[in-house]
Design a protein around this ligand. Structure first.
Ligand code: THU
Length: 138
């Protein structure tokens, strides 16, 4: 597990909680916020954005990631996720796949509950044997 200082984790969780306030979640009434740290040192915040048609909904993790990619970032140090839940919020399967596209398998993923208690995992624990560009070599 890559080391991440407790101070840094708490800072990212605070930013993720701020991002959660921006959630557009009238259908699930479940707000999620994410804080993605790029290797440049910049932080990218995202929230879930729902849709009346449900399936176009985008999660907090992907909204943060897509903002970062748009800004030219291609390397990441960690992501923190927080929600309204009493339980730890871990990324959905689609977000795990998107994270696997751009992040190293050992990147820390910080999954917090609404009180800021957290569990830190490596991305490869959340998506073992992810399908990546290497799997398309032929
Ligand atoms: N959601 C996220 O934004 N991230 C997660 O890690 C889990 C789920 C959102 C999608 C939807 O807007 C709501 O939470 C309920 O699934």
């Amino acid at each position: 597990m890559k080391h991440m200082h407790e101070f840094e984790i708490k800072k990212m969780l605070r930013m993720a909680a701020e991002a959660m306030e921006k959630a557009y979640a009238p259908y699930s009434d479940f707000r999620v916020g994410a804080c993605l740290k790029a290797s440049s040192g910049a932080y990218y915040l995202g929230c879930n954005i729902e849709n009346a048609a449900y399936t176009p909904t985008v999660c907090a993790e992907r909204s943060a990631m897509f903002k970062a990619i748009y800004e030219g970032e291609r390397q990441f140090e960690g992501i923190a996720i927080i929600s309204d839940s009493l339980n730890y919020t871990s990324p959905c399967g689609v977000c795990r796949q998107v994270l696997a596209e751009f992040c190293d398998p050992d990147m820390p993923v910080i999954c917090a509950d609404r009180d800021g208690n957290y569990k830190m995992l490596e991305l490869c624990e959340l998506i073992p044997m992810a399908f990546t560009k290497e799997d398309m070599e032929h």
